[in-house]
Design a protein around this ligand. Structure first.
Ligand SMILES: CC(C)(COP(=O)(O)OP(=O)(O)OC[C@H]1O[C@@H](n2cnc3c(N)ncnc32)[C@H](O)[C@@H]1OP(=O)(O)O)[C@@H](O)C(=O)NCCC(=O)NCCS
Length: 161
């Protein structure tokens, strides 16, 4: 495959990212509770990541600001890698790069809704005190601390700041 570079997403990437997410998740994606944390919100500039070839993005890990109680947390998603580029470690690399950028920006934890068997490999665990603004399997509400104790005491329903 052509060379793939990881870099922060820019507004210029948004049309290509939107198409990639549509291919990866299909039309049901807007019904998800996660979408409630993205509508009316603005992606975190310099923190969400894309994996790109010279032709354009082949993967993304988008990041959004959310509040849980008084805590400010980075919300990761969607995470998507084009079908032809999967199982080469890109998904995990995108998560790592986005978490590093969030940590550098001062966030202490990253929240997401996803499958534990995939995300526990990259440092996530169930967030027992956190709820989503819509029906969500609690076993899919996951958090990764970015500093020691960063996921402790998170209690309440995640909301758009
Ligand atoms: C999930 C996704 C981003 C992974 O991208 P990737 O570049 O293939 O990720 P990696 O190469 O780092 O990891 C691949 C491994 O994760 C596993 N995996 C992928 N999705 C998984 C899931 N939902 N649950 C458990 N394991 C999963 C693969 O089987 C593979 O396992 P292996 O290493 O034993 O072969 C990609 O499959 C994708 O875009 N899927 C569609 C959208 C999606 O489901 N996004 C995640 C939301 S929960």
């Amino acid at each position: 495959m052509t060379d793939i570079t990881l870099r922060p997403e820019t507004p210029d990437d948004h049309p290509a990212i939107d198409q990639m997410i549509a291919r990866a998740f299909g039309p049901g994606r807007y019904a998800k509770a996660s979408e409630r944390l993205r509508e009316g919100n603005t992606p975190l500039a310099g923190i969400g990541m894309v994996a790109a070839t010279a032709e354009g993005p082949v993967g993304c890990a988008r990041m959004w600001p959310v509040k849980i109680g008084e805590a400010s947390v980075a919300f990761l998603g969607p995470l998507a890698v084009e079908a032809g580029a999967r199982r080469a470690g890109l998904g995990a690399e995108l998560v790592e790069a986005a978490c590093r950028a969030a940590q550098a920006a001062g966030f202490t934890a990253v929240l997401l809704v996803g499958d534990l068997p995939f995300f526990e490999r990259v440092g996530f665990d169930i967030a027992p005190g956190v709820k989503m603004p819509g029906p969500t399997d609690p076993r899919r509400i996951l958090v990764r601390p970015l500093v020691p104790g960063g996921a402790e005491g998170l209690e309440g329903t995640a909301r758009v700041p």
